[in-house]
Design a protein around this ligand. Structure first.
Ligand SMILES: [Zn+2]
Length: 318
């Protein structure tokens, strides 16, 4: 085994918070990186990942002969090409093609080095790492992300972005911060009885329930349905509702997202500045919903198009 394989880099037990966070991304790093052979390479032919698809040991089946597992990459390839006779069995054709397509710069003066598979020069690429992380998350959850309806919500772009962050659990609640290693008390700072999750601060905290239940009730749906669903279902059902709000018969799908947004603003004002927002959540939500519904903010304006014909006229002679 190579003395400094990427696997070994992440095996320390006691480490700083930064290194602990890097260990969380280790799977992504290992997936996206490989060894690039250098001069006098010490890479193992079988157990070091020097082809993009993985270690050769993981790509073939069956036992290796005695001492065959100790072969180094340099034992099988040199300036004269590949010495396949050193192996006791033929390499599968698709794997041989993959191996031949892997550049091996033995002539360079560099040593063996780790490189990023998805970039042409071997440098790390955050965009590709993000794609790998998303793929791993989707595979581990077995469910693809279902929140694209957010971009069709009848509301302001900043509210759509907030809903998008809710769907991705990206709102910095105390529970989320504690889970990421921040030394913080996870209990809700307002009611001090329940952990501060997104659904708690937007719906289940007594101060939020006060808004959703206040007379006349701003919500047209029955309490069991409203308080019984999880965060994603709750947001989607209400943002796509076809019901009308008791407030001036404005569509509930307009009132609800603005209510959620104003609760979030109010929450931040209370927690960080120890003050209430200007106006109550209720009055702000109603005035913004009326403005949005009746002043045409939700109307999609047609782009005006004016066509000017341009014609070349032959200049007079001389
Ligand atoms: Zn609370």
């Amino acid at each position: 085994m190579h003395s400094q394989t990427p696997n070994n880099l992440f095996k320390t037990r006691i480490c700083s918070p930064i290194w602990a966070a890097m260990k969380k991304g280790a799977a992504v790093f290992l997936e996206g990186s490989k060894w690039t052979a250098g001069k006098d390479s010490n890479l193992s032919f079988w157990t070091d990942k020097w082809v993009s698809k993985g270690t050769l040991k993981s790509l073939i089946e069956g036992p290796l002969k005695r001492r065959e597992d100790l072969l180094l990459l340099r034992d099988l390839v040199g300036f004269n090409g590949w010495n396949w006779h050193a192996l006791s069995f033929p390499i599968p054709k698709h794997l041989a093609l993959e191996i031949k397509a892997t550049p091996l710069p033995f002539s360079s003066s560099c040593e063996d080095r780790i490189s990023w598979i998805f970039s042409t020069n071997g440098d790390f690429d955050l965009k590709e790492a993000y794609k790998i992380a998303c793929m791993e998350k989707a595979v581990s959850n077995h469910t693809p992300f279902q929140g694209y309806w957010v971009w069709n919500v009848l509301s302001l772009p900043k509210v759509q972005v907030f809903l998008w962050q809710c769907c991705h659990q990206s709102i910095p609640t105390r529970v989320a911060l504690a889970a990421r290693g921040v030394d913080i008390e996870p209990l809700c700072p307002l009611c001090r009885s329940t952990p501060e999750t997104i659904i708690h601060l937007l719906r289940d905290c007594p101060s939020s329930k006060e808004f959703w239940n206040c007379p006349p009730p701003p919500r047209p749906v029955d309490p069991d349905c409203f308080y019984g669903s999880n965060l994603l279902d709750w947001l989607e059902l209400n943002c796509r509702s076809s019901l009308c709000s008791p407030i001036h018969n404005i569509d509930w799908k307009i009132v609800f997202p603005l209510g959620v947004w104003n609760l979030w603003l109010h929450w931040n004002a209370v927690v960080f500045n120890n003050r209430r927002t200007r106006g109550t959540v209720r009055t702000n939500t109603i005035s913004q919903a009326m403005e949005f519904a009746f002043l045409g903010l939700n109307v999609k304006h047609q782009a005006s198009r004016h066509i000017t014909l341009v014609k070349w006229t032959k200049p007079p002679l001389n």
